[in-house]
Each structure stands twice: as C-alpha cells, then as structure tokens.
Design a protein around this ligand. Structure first.
Ligand SMILES: Cc1ncc(C[n+]2csc(CCOP(=O)(O)OP(=O)(O)O)c2C)c(N)n1
Length: 513
C-alpha cells in the first residue's frame, strides 16, 4: 500500500469522511487513492479559499472535522483567509497540503515555498510527513489535533513521494483528550457574584451560544436578574422560536461601549473579555467599563453545559420558560429595508434552516426580527476576513446531508471574493438560497472613514464604489450553473424565497438594496 492509500484509510478510520479539495500535481496520488479506497465524499472547490471556507462551515454543522486538500505553499496561501476565519471560529479542520517531493525540495523548483511557515500562522498543529511508513500515524495525530475541544486547524504537509512510496501503514484512531472538567471554585465564585451583585452580565461564546447551554444560562439569568449576551465572536448561535433571544455584543465600538457600560461584573462562559475589532483614535481597545471585574466560569476548551448545570445547582435556579416571540410575522411588501427583509425571512424561513450570515452592514439589525422564525442555526463570520459566507453556506449544506435549507445572507462586495462557491453548490445540487444584497458599494467602510477620523475625497470614495461597472449577479450565478432572479421589492423577494425554499437545487436572489 502506498502512503496516500494509508492516509485515506486512516482518515476514514478516524471518522473523517469528507474532503474539500483543489488538487495539483503533488496531490495526484492522494486523488487516485480516493478511487481505490471507497468512502470519502470528495467535493471540489474552484479556489482554495472556497475549500477552506467549506471546511469551516462543515465543522460548524457536522461538529466534526473534514479534511482539505490544497496544493503547495501558494495553494495554502490562497486558502489562508478562510483558515484564519476557521481558527477564530475554533473550527476543527484537517488541513492537508501537498508539497514538493522530499528529494526535489533542495532544487528550489517553481512551486517551492515556505509551506510550514505559512501553515504556522493559521494552524494550532503543523507537521510535515517525511516517510510513507509514518504517514498513517501522522494523519491520525492530525485528526486528533483537529478534534481537540473546541476544534483546531491541524495542517499536515504531504511531500509527493511520501504519498507515492510503498510501505504505508494504516493507523488506528487516536482519541482526542477529554476537555478539562469545571473547577468547583469557578462555579462557587460565579454563584457568589450573582448572589451579591446587581450589575452582572453572563457573556456566552462557543458552544455556550447553542441551545442547551443557552437554556441553562437563561435559568440562571431569570433566577438572579443577570443579563445575557453573546460575544460578537460567537460563530454558531441557536436561534428562533423556543430558543432564548440573546443579543450579540454590537460590532460598532460606540454601540458596544454603550451596551456594556452598565455591567461592572461579567461572567465569561467560554468567552473572552470583549475587545473592539480595531483601534480607533481616542477610543479604548476594550469594550467593557474600566472597572469591570471578570469571572471565568468556563474557558473555551471546557464544557459550558457542565459549567452552567453546576451553576444552576449552586443557585438552585428553577426552570424558566423562554419568552414567546408572539405570532409568526407576515412577509413585508414594498421597497427593501433591513427590517423588512428580516421580517420577511422570519415569515418564510423553513424549519431547521441554517443561516450563513455575511450580510455585513445591511444585516446589523437582523437579529430581533428573526427571533419569531422557526428554530434555526445562525453562522457568523467572526474572523473578519470577508469572503466566508458563500463557502461556509456550501460546507454547511454538505454537513447537513443536503436535508436542511441553507440561507446565505450575502453582501455583494464580500461575495466577490469567493463567488466560485456557487459552482460547487450547482455541481453538488445543494439546497442553498443566496440572498445577494446588492448595494454596489463597500458600505461599511464609508462609516469606518468617519470612525478613524479620515476625510474621504472623491478618490477615496471611488475605492468603495462597486457600481462602475455594475455587477450582474443573475448572470454571474447562471454562468456557474445556479438559477437566479433579480428582486427590486420585498414582495418579489418573498415570492422568490418561497419558490426556492421548495427546490432541491441552489438559487440566488439578487436583491437590489
Ligand atoms: C480579506 C479581507 N479583505 C478586505 C477586508 C476589508 N473590508 C472590510 S469590509 C469590506 C467591504 C465589505 O463590502 P460588502 O461586502 O459589499 O458589504 P457592505 O459594507 O456593503 O455592507 C472590506 C473590503 C476584509 N475585512 N477582509
């Protein structure tokens, strides 16, 4: 058995059965092994940042890592923005990067690069496999590293000859370590803070933003009068009817400071103290009040459910009903507005949908009005590198076995970074509805000019203008095999949503906003 076959067999034995790929010459033996060893679902992305973004979306929904297949240092470089986003979202990915054969590397041929150096910037674990006989073991260790709670990017660099040489050995799965348990003192300290202070915020992140932990946090909040908020960095949030309506720390620095100002005590549940996305002149970096005291109930590598169960017990907090969001709203008619779109979405969203949100400035107010929708999962871009929404939607649809409707709320400027995702959606016949928010500008950056104190002239403003020439999203989508139509009103958008939600194939609605 060659190394490549031992690699594929080891991945499958370790529970990694999906490979997002964009291969080159050095990965040919891996690709050939996919035919010889059945069981790996292999999905082609037409640029590496699609591949890595799909792997991120996959992990968030499947709760287990997929592997990627990238080509040499430059292929890894193309995929790095979405590996960065995955690292910030704490998504587990087995990131396999093919590379020059070991004997060929000293000749410094064209595609030779500092693959390891690049990998280190986005990975928690990096290894170059050097012998076919070791590749199976290296792969099992990569899967283990990717599975370390809450999830990590593990990069396995694979020289071509290590793939093609005989002597491969399949490795048994290696168990990831159990997350460290919750310290009784952390629970007692949180309980004391909640009993004695009146200005307490419970800040949720990671799996603490999912329904089970949310419900426990809600019990604590109801019993003590504390407030609940999700960190801006929460990558995956359980939302909709029957779930707790938890607001997110706002993106804008001023709004975040205002939202957090009154809390002098913050209990962190898998969250970090909130900091601004950027530094701004005359503004602090941290978003909390200078005198705020933090208490860590659980760290990102711990189980928030265990922590919150402990807290519920310590406080003897009774069951608490989740507020009823009222009747399901009607779709809105007329000119598009963010609130109207959110309400229309709440009216029409199918049960158990997944929202991939890269709506950037248009989507800031989507949360309150979508709470009356049926239960759904909301995926956020948290690493700040735009170009995540479309591949994340694609990977999420694959993770859900094409059985759940994925709705990609997608700003136009960000969409242009990874629009090839549409081609993969068409090829895999994925039930993804993209609502393409076409405002023909980099709108958020207009506000950022003001925030940093810059005065934009015509040249500066033209750097934020996408309207000359205008992008025709219906034709772009159709050119990649995705049916599409344009909507200029919310009525048209609602009709297109309704018809696309019943289709098994992808559809793009270009909404002129
Ligand atoms: C990889 C990367 N490149 C560039 C940026 C800088 N950037 C932030 S937002 C933005 C424009 C977003 O425009 P669009 O997606 O159309 O959303 P809108 O602001 O119009 O709502 C840019 C270029 C970034 N965050 N990440």
């Amino acid at each position: 058995m060659n190394g490549a076959k031992s690699l594929v067999r080891t991945l499958l034995a370790s529970g990694v059965d999906t490979c997002f790929a964009n291969p080159g010459t050095s990965e040919m033996h891996f690709v050939a092994a996919l035919d010889q060893v059945p069981g790996m679902n292999c999905v082609l992305g037409l640029q590496e940042n699609i591949v890595t973004g799909m792997a991120d979306g996959y992990f968030r929904i499947a709760g287990k890592p997929a592997c990627t297949l990238l080509h040499c240092g430059p292929g890894l470089a193309n995929g790095m923005a979405n590996l960065h986003n995955a690292r910030r979202a704490r998504s587990g990915i087995v990131n396999i990067v093919g590379d020059q054969a070991t004997f060929h590397r000293p000749f410094d041929a064209a595609l030779t690069a500092d693959t390891t150096g690049m990998a280190r910037t986005v990975s928690s674990w990096v290894r170059t496999s050097t012998r076919s006989a070791d590749l199976g073991r290296d792969a099992a260790e990569a899967v283990r590293a990717a599975r370390v709670v809450p999830g990590q990017v593990a990069t396995l660099i694979l020289p071509a000859d290590v793939s093609w040489e005989e002597g491969g050995v399949v490795s048994a799965p290696i168990e990831a370590p159990q997350p460290p348990g919750i310290d009784g003192g952390a629970i007692e300290g949180a309980a004391r803070m909640l009993r004695t202070q009146s200005d307490v915020l419970i800040l949720l992140d990671g799996p603490a933003a999912l329904s089970e932990a949310q419900a426990l946090a809600w019990r604590v909040a109801c019993a003590t009068g504390a407030s609940l908020m999700n960190s801006y960095m929460a990558a995956h949030v359980s939302r909709g009817r029957g779930r707790v309506p938890v607001e997110r720390v706002p993106y804008a620095m001023g709004k975040a400071l205002e939202a957090l100002e009154r809390f002098r005590h913050v209990i962190l549940v898998n969250a970090e103290p909130p900091v601004g996305f950027f530094g701004y002149p005359g503004m602090p970096s941290v978003q909390h009040h200078p005198q705020t005291q933090f208490h860590v109930l659980s760290r990102p590598d711990q189980d928030p459910v265990e922590a919150l169960q402990g807290l519920v017990r310590a406080l003897n907090a009774p069951q608490a009903a989740v507020p009823d969001p009222g009747p399901r709203p009607e779709p809105v008619r007329g000119a598009p507005t963010p609130e109207g779109l959110a309400q229309t979405l709440a009216a029409l969203m199918p049960d158990d949908a997944i929202v991939s949100d890269e709506s950037v400035s248009y989507g800031r107010g989507f949360y309150p009005l979508t709470h009356a929708a049926p239960p759904h999962d909301w995926l956020h871009l948290v690493g700040g590198a735009i170009g995540a929404g479309m591949p994340m939607a694609t990977g999420a649809a694959i993770a859900a076995g094409k059985r759940r409707r994925v709705i990609n709320l997608q700003a136009d400027g960000s969409a242009m970074y990874t629009l090839q995702s549409l081609w993969t959606q068409a090829r895999e016949r994925l039930p993804v509805t993209t609502v393409l928010l076409n405002n023909r500008k980099y709108n958020i950056l207009i506000g950022e000019y003001t925030s940093v104190g810059a005065i934009p002239g015509p040249t500066a403003m033209s750097m934020l203008d996408l309207g000359n020439p205008s992008l025709d999203w219906v034709r772009l989508a159709k050119g990649m095999g995705v049916e599409a139509a344009c909507a200029t009103t919310l009525d048209e958008c609602a009709d297109l949503m309704t018809s696309s939600f019943g289709m098994s194939a992808p559809f793009l609605i270009e909404l002129m906003v």
